[in-house]
Design a protein around this ligand. Structure first.
Ligand SMILES: [Zn+2]
Length: 85
């Protein structure tokens, strides 16, 4: 999964303060993230963070990190349809 420092992570479950958004401060074996609701900072193993991510917000744009490794192939779908009818 492609996560960068400065990305905002929208997680599946909210922090006790009610915020779903976390800002990534440091990336490595562990991620250091800050809750955007209350400013609480935590270190979490990469694996745990990735399992909890619903969306990644980069430069104000929401991206689906799970779609990155599994790109759609519109060209393939097109070729199957062409030629008939
Ligand atoms: Zn919080």
């Amino acid at each position: 999964m492609d996560i960068r420092v400065g990305d905002r992570l929208k997680l599946k479950k909210p922090h006790p303060c009610g915020s779903y958004l976390w800002l990534t401060l440091r990336i490595g074996m562990d991620f250091r993230v800050r809750c955007e609701g209350c400013g609480h900072e935590v270190m979490l193993p990469r694996e745990k963070v990735e399992k909890r991510i619903r969306r990644v917000i980069r430069d104000g744009v929401e991206i689906n990190p799970n779609a990155a490794g599994n790109p759609l192939k519109p060209s393939e779908a097109e070729t199957k349809r062409s030629g008939r009818e």
